[in-house]
Structure formats: structure tokens, C-alpha cells
Ligand binder design. Structure first.
Ligand code: CA
Length: 613
């Protein structure tokens, strides 16, 4: 009888606990010893806002509790004193003094020197990977129960099975090629019904997509990358979520999203962020409109949402050991929220690197966002880096177009002149192509000579070079701009691939030639501090030849781009202000020594990179 009573009581308790539950607490854990002593927990559970909340742990107290219009959410601000030790403690939620649900929260110790982590600079070369399309290291996670989209390698927009293990298996290849870091397109869960392989439709901010691996595997990848002396950049999106995000089933508050439930699409007129004449209505539709119907627009003016997003990027930085963050669609969220994100990140990690995507051809627009820029409207950003889209465009035009008074190489020369707009052009990411545009080789009409000149240029100009996976083996998208084609599978990443770019097996002679060129130039770059951080001085292009130098106290590097169809003898008298005192040089591409610097023989349609002595 006693036993029966116990069973009845436990069933009753089970039911009452079931009625009152906590299904999510985010951040899922936190750390002691952060610069900012407060962490705000988002708690989700049936009627959880109707409870009394308490905890008892030395050094930790509840600073405030905030409720939203939806009773299934409550936000708890914890104040963590500098004396608090790592450990776990229950947070108790009580209703009518009877029903109790308890959630165990954990505070961890930080990794040593976590706050002093060093971000990216000119010594880095970033390799951009679309994880679904690079290498399938674990065919066992291609199909995962509960994921709405199952593998379909035969469709260009399907899930192809690439994953974190595949990237991990490729680190020797990447390091051998001369890359010093990787940027992965977003790896967080995109549990969407279709076209989710690109990763830009987050459905869970605290979970790596299970088709790529687990959170722990992502962390282990970062550790393996660091063991190779390389760095990891995480791709994040503050502007939007995926339309199948779990919030969509139970919205925290009425103002969590913009234009919800009846959405409007953004105007994509990004210049309203800078335009002194812009109307309020144009600003509103730009910032608050949805990117596309499957990507609801978040309202970063809601302070709880903004704190959630900022803490999420700190959480991944701390948990995984990130070296940098690439922020998607930088001009689309509320710009003051983005400024607060940059400020908070640098408060925790003063040398951290963040780079924003502002896809504008006008450097005045791009430079507006950079840390240190004094803007006429008083806007202050602390974003160290931006993607150099103006230069990206100029290089293709400069290489492709015929040499005229104002065209050809002059386009590149004049693009560099615009560096006066940037507080620090060395912190820009420079790139021949990325996952959203036609392949560099395709843009250059599949001309390998032009491609090599472009590679030499990006490896030697100021900034941090970034190469999209496969550009080193001439991956192309002939006759189509389909993103699913641009992001084709890297050959050799799948068992049974006929071609293997990792080993070179089956690559054409041209592909091998391009791959060797990258390998040579990037490995040289790794060892040359002048080209990583030296000043840049260039000379007006003449007769289809563009000459510039990188130099510092310890050395000088001369770069010559010759677009002529024939070899030229280059008289160097015009460059004496830099070359004075130099008596010889070595072309790192041909390996040839140059004993007479007064006239340099430049091969047709090629670049020379000359270390001056
Ligand atoms: Ca897989």
C-alpha cells in the first residue's frame, strides 16, 4: 500500500513537472571570469514566466528577471562575481509554492589566455569552404533522422554530404597549399525543408547542423586547426533566421521579428545607412524588410534579442576557440545594434578579428563601417575588417579589359588610390571570388594567365587574402550563375570521385599548373613578412605594365604585372625612389636570379614577384 501511494505521488509529480517545464536555457552554459560580469539566460518552457525563480550558488546572484508578452519565455540576468568558481547549480522555478522544476546550469573555466586571442592580420591567407560541398569525411551523417532535408547529391541545391570530418581530413592539404586559416560558410543547424545546404537559414543558434557533425566535433576541428598553427573564422548572421527556426512556433514577443507575421521584402538599398538625405521610410524597409521569404528579419532593437545574439557569438568564440568572425549581410540589421556587437566583442577579446560583408562597389560606403572611421553622421563602429568588394570588382575589370587611358590595369591602380578612405586598409579581406559570385576563372573567360596574375596580385597587395575552395584547381561555372553550380563539390572529397584534387590524381595539366602556382606563391608568402605587413607603393601603369612594391625596414618586394602578349624589357629608372640601393633580386615564381636590376625582362602575360636585395 505504501508503495502504491508512492507511485501515485510520483505520477502526480511527473504530471505537475510536465505541465511546468524548461526545454531550453540559452546560452547553454557560460564561464566565470568574463569581462562583462552579467549573462542573460533565455529560458523557454510552458508558462515558465509565471514562476518564482531562485538559485543559491556562491558568487552568483540573480540581478533581474524580465518577462515578455509570451509567458513561455523568461530572461534571467545572472551577476557573476570575480570570485565565483566554475561548477554547476540548480536554478529553481516554483509555482504556487508546490510545483517545482529545476534546471542545472553550468559555469565553466575559460581556457588560459582566452581574452588575449589574436585575430587575423596580413600574415593570414583564408580558405573559404562551403562545408556541404568540400569533403564527405563521414557518410554516416549524410542522412540524419529528424532532419527535414535528406541527402541528394544529384541535385545542385541538395545536401551533398560534406562535413566537419571531411575538412579535418583535409588540413594537411590546406596547410601544404600555404593557407593559414579557414572560413566555413555557416555550420549552425539549418533544419529547413529545402535548399538548406548553404547554411544561411539558422534554425538553432546553439547547435551545429548534425549533417556536418556535433558541437564537439566542431570544437575538435578548431583544436586540430590550431595544432597546425592555423586559424578558424566562423560565419554568423545577425540579420535573419531560417523560417523554420524554433522561435517561429512560439515567438518570444510581438516585436522579436520585423514585419511579422505579414512580411515585406527589404529594398536592398543599402546606401540609406550612409545617405544624409535618406527618408525614414526607405531606411525602415531596408533594415526591417526580410532578406527573402524564407529568412525572417530579426529586430535587433529588441534589447533581449540583441543580447541573445551578442552572447551567442561570445559563446562560440569561447567554446570553440574562434580566431575571427565573418558577419553576413552587415548593412541589413539595425546599424547601432551592430556597433554594440563590435564593441562587446572587443571588450571581451581586444585583439579579435571581425569582418563584415558590405557588398558595395563604392569604397566610401564600405569604409563607413570600419573601426576608426570618423563619419559625418557620428556613427561609430568597432568592426576591424570588411570584405573588399570594390577591389574584387576592380581586379576583374583590370585584368579583363583592354589597356586604355582609364581602363585595364588603371582600374586596379585607381581602386588602390581609394585607400585614403579607410582607417586601416591592411585589415580588409581581399579576394578573387566567393560563394556568392561567379568563379574567378569564369569571370576571366577561363584565361589561366590572367588567373595567375590575379593570384599573384592578391597574394602581394595589402590586406588579408581569401581564396574560395576550388579556385586553386580552376573550378568554374560556365554558362550559368546558379549558386548550386558555383558551389560544386570539391573533387576528391567523396569516395569514388574520379578526380582527386587532394592528391592531384586525375587533374588536368592546366589544373595542376594552377594548383602548383597557388602552392608556390602562398608558401612563399607565409615566410615573407614584408609582403604580409610592409607598406605599399605603386606606380602609374604604363604600356600595359603595373609595378608596385611592398617594403619595410628589413626588405623590399617588387611586383610586376605584364598584360602584354609579348615579353618586355622593363626600364626601372622610374622606380628608383624605392629601388635605390638594391643590386639584385630573385623572382620567386621562376626562381630566376636577376643580377642587373636596371632593365628587367618580364615574360608575356604574367606576374613577377621579385625579392630585392
Ligand atoms: Ca557526411
Amino acid at each position: 500500500m505504501k508503495k502504491l501511494i508512492l507511485i501515485v505521488i510520483s505520477i502526480a509529480l511527473t504530471f505537475s513537472v510536465f505541465a511546468l517545464n524548461v526545454d531550453r536555457v540559452e546560452p547553454t552554459f557560460w564561464w566565470v571570469g568574463m569581462k562583462n560580469p552579467t549573462v542573460q539566460l533565455m529560458v523557454h518552457g510552458q508558462e515558465i514566466a509565471t514562476t518564482e525563480i531562485s538559485l543559491n550558488y556562491p558568487g552568483v546572484k540573480i540581478k533581474s528577471i524580465s518577462r515578455q508578452s509570451n509567458p513561455n519565455y523568461v530572461f534571467i540576468d545572472l551577476l557573476i562575481s570575480p570570485e565565483a568558481k566554475s561548477g554547476t547549480f540548480p536554478i529553481e522555478f516554483r509555482k504556487n509554492k508546490k510545483e517545482v522544476v529545476s534546471y542545472t546550469y553550468e559555469l565553466k573555466n575559460r581556457e588560459p589566455h582566452s581574452a588575449e586571442r589574436k585575430g587575423f592580420d596580413g600574415s593570414d591567407v583564408i580558405y573559404l569552404i562551403t562545408p556541404d560541398r568540400f569533403a564527405n569525411g563521414n557518410p554516416g551523417n549524410d542522412a540524419v533522422a529528424g532532419m527535414k532535408e535528406q541527402p541528394n547529391r544529384s541535385h545542385m541545391n541538395g545536401r551533398h554530404g560534406g562535413d566537419i570530418q571531411g575538412i579535418r581530413n583535409s588540413l594537411d592539404y590546406l596547410s601544404g597549399m600555404g593557407f593559414t586559416s579557414v572560413w566555413l560558410n555557416p555550420v549552425l543547424e539549418n533544419n529547413m525543408t529545402q535548399v538548406s545546404y548553404h547554411g544561411y537559414s539558422t534554425t538553432d543558434f546553439y547547435k551545429v547542423d548534425s549533417r556536418y557533425g556535433t558541437n564537439e566535433e566542431y570544437r575538435e576541428l578548431a583544436q586540430a586547426i590550431h595544432q597546425k598553427g592555423m586559424k578558424l573564422m566562423m560565419d554568423m548572421i545577425f540579420n535573419h533566421i531560417g523560417s523554420e527556426h524554433w522561435w517561429m512556433n512560439d515567438m518570444p514577443s510581438a516585436d522579436w521579428l520585423n514585419y511579422y507575421p505579414e512580411y515585406k521584402i527589404t529594398s536592398h538599398r543599402r546606401t540609406v545607412n550612409q545617405d544624409p538625405h535618406a527618408s525614414e521610410s526607405d531606411k525602415k524597409i531596408m533594415a526591417d524588410g526580410w532578406f527573402v521569404p524564407s529568412m525572417p528579419d530579426m529586430n535587433q532593437r529588441n534589447p533581449f534579442l540583441l543580447t541573445y545574439l551578442i552572447q551567442n557569438s561570445i559563446w562560440w568564440t569561447e567554446y570553440v576557440g574562434l580566431d575571427g568572425i565573418r558577419m553576413d549581410t552587415y548593412p541589413y540589421p539595425d546599424k547601432f545594434a551592430m556597433a554594440e556587437w563590435t564593441r562587446r566583442m572587443l571588450e571581451e577579446y581586444p585583439d579579435f578579428y571581425m569582418v563584415g560583408e558590405e557588398w558595395a562597389m563604392n569604397p566610401a560606403i564600405v569604409s563607413y563601417w570600419q573601426k576608426g572611421k570618423v563619419n559625418a553622421d557620428g556613427y561609430v563602429s568597432e568592426l576591424p575588417g570588411l570584405m573588399d568588394f570594390p577591389l574584387n570588382n576592380a581586379v576583374v575589370q583590370g585584368l579583363k579589359n583592354p589597356e586604355t587611358w582609364g581602363g585595364g590595369l588603371m582600374t586596379i591602380y585607381e581602386a588602390m588610390a581609394n585607400d585614403f578612405l579607410y582607417p586601416n586598409s591592411n585589415d580588409l579581406v581581399v579576394f578573387p571570388d566567393n560563394h556568392d559570385m561567379s568563379r574567378f576563372y569564369t569571370q576571366l573567360g577561363e584565361n589561366i594567365d590572367l588567373l595567375k596574375m590575379g593570384v599573384a596580385y592578391y597574394a602581394t597587395t595589402r590586406g588579408i587574402p581569401q581564396i574560395f575552395y576550388g579556385t586553386e584547381i580552376l573550378m568554374a561555372n560556365p554558362g550559368t550563375e546558379e549558386h548550386g553550380v558555383i558551389r560544386s563539390d570539391f573533387p576528391g572529397g567523396w569516395a569514388g570521385d574520379q578526380v582527386n584534387a587532394f592528391t592531384g590524381a586525375g587533374l588536368s595539366a592546366k589544373q595542376k599548373d594552377a594548383q602548383d602556382y597557388f602552392r608556390k606563391v602562398l608558401n612563399w608568402r607565409k615566410t615573407n613578412p614584408v609582403v604580409q605587413s610592409g607598406a605599399l607603393k605603386h606606380f602609374v601603369p604604363e604600356n600595359g605594365i603595373y609595378v608596385y612594391f611592398r617594403y619595410n625596414q628589413s626588405g623590399k618586394v617588387m611586383v610586376v604585372l605584364n598584360k602584354n602578349q609579348e615579353a618586355k624589357a622593363l626600364d626601372t629608372a622610374r622606380f628608383s625612389e624605392v629601388m635605390a640601393g638594391c643590386t639584385s633580386g630573385k623572382d620567386i615564381i621562376s626562381g630566376r636570379s636577376i643580377t642587373d636590376l636596371s632593365s628587367v625582362k618580364v615574360p608575356a602575360m604574367s606576374a613577377m614577384i621579385i625579392e630585392l636585395k
